[in-house]
Design a protein around this ligand. Structure first.
Ligand code: NAP
Length: 319
């Protein structure tokens, strides 16, 4: 089996930027992009579930998320990156060359599908969703998981934010810049958010709270027109007329493959060394949302993909 120089796991902005840079450094990167699915855990990552992206530099009129990802993919292959549409099922990062298993080849006794001197982990994260009917198809049509990305499209609209944590407070406060009203819907009678964030949200005259309330249905045909709510104490149902619903119930990094092999933070994100994409394992690098629980933007993911490519190139030179 050929031992690759660089294998990149993941194909969001971080993975594909790492592919562009390592391909241009003549390292013939292999990108294992994942397999199509209806969630953000698919080739291209979270931007595949986004419509207009207006904050990615260089696109003054905005660009559709999937179009941006196709452009990055094409740019990577143009310089010689090899892309495989497969899902990684197992990795062995205990010693180089690192082993990577894909598809059904996860038999412990079978050899790895690929071996590589360095690995760039760019498996991303997914926003947690409510898992209601039609939720994924309404993303980009009223349902969103990112106020920074989509808030602008809801000028003068009535909006709901789901969740009671700091993210929900932050999203709601951000949305008051555009919205006519923001209703925070929380399943309990007490917020999980820090006191300071909760106080800020409570002080806003645009924000209302609905406690002990869950969403049971998204209403509207092609675009969201309202939410069916249920009071968790009384069981009583009601309709909230909103054209925007921001689900802010947390994120989950795609790190299951690396448990026990790379150090993780208590919240499951990969740990990289400060100001670097290096991990505790020499030759293994991480970039994008899989190691970023703070910024979580496409452009910061792309920037960290560039860092990982340069770190991998220097590591290979040092061998
Ligand atoms: P979080 O603290 O885990 O809060 C998630 C919220 O969503 C909780 O209120 C939870 O309800 C609710 N929730 C979870 N699953 C739900 C479901 N299926 N249906 C309805 N509601 C559901 O997550 P987060 O707000 O994303 O924050 C994550 C971490 O980042 C926290 O440590 C937070 O402090 C930090 N953060 C900080 C800032 C800041 O300081 N500016 C901003 C954002 C995030 P329950 O309360 O009932 O569990």
């Amino acid at each position: 089996m050929t031992i690759r120089d660089v294998t990149i796991i993941g194909s969001g902005p971080a993975g594909l930027t790492a592919a562009i840079y390592t391909a241009r450094a003549n390292l013939n990167p292999l990108v294992i992009e994942g397999e199509p699915s209806s969630t953000s855990d698919q080739p291209g990552g979270q931007l595949m579930l986004t419509t207009d992206v207006e904050n990615y530099p260089g696109f003054p009129s905005g660009i559709m998320g999937p179009e941006l990802m196709m452009g990055l993919r094409e740019q990577a292959t143009r310089f010689g990156a090899e892309i495989k549409t497969e899902k990684v099922t197992k990795v062995d990062l205990s010693k180089p060359p690192f082993g990577i298993w894909t598809g059904n080849n996860d038999d412990n006794n079978a050899g790895p599908t690929y071996q590589s001197k360095s690995v760039i982990v760019a498996t991303g994260a997914k926003s947690l969703l409510l898992n209601l009917d039609r939720e994924v198809e309404l993303i980009g049509h009223g349902v969103s998981t990112c106020a920074t990305c989509d808030g602008f499209f809801f000028r003068d609209a009535n909006i709901a934010v789901i969740g009671g944590g700091d993210s929900a407070m932050e999203e709601a406060l951000f949305l008051t810049r555009f919205a006519a009203s923001v209703t925070i819907i929380h399943r309990r009678d007490e917020l999980r958010a820090s006191k300071i964030m909760a106080a800020r949200a409570e002080a806003s005259d645009k924000i209302n709270f609905r406690f002990n309330t869950v969403v049971t249905e998204y209403l509207g045909d092609d675009a969201l027109s309202g939410l069916r709510l249920q009071d968790t104490q009384t069981g009583e149902e009601s309709i909230l007329d909103v054209t925007g619903c921001f689900v802010a119930i947390g994120h989950s990094p795609n790190t299951a493959l690396f448990e026990g092999q790379l150090p993780l933070k208590p919240n499951g994100y990969l740990i990289t060394n400060p100001d670097s994409s290096t991990t505790e394992v020499p030759g293994v690098f991480a970039c994008g949302d899989v190691q970023d629980d703070y910024y979580r933007q496409a452009v910061t993911a792309a920037g960290s993909g560039c860092m990982a490519a340069i770190d991998a190139e220097r590591y290979l030179e040092s061998l």
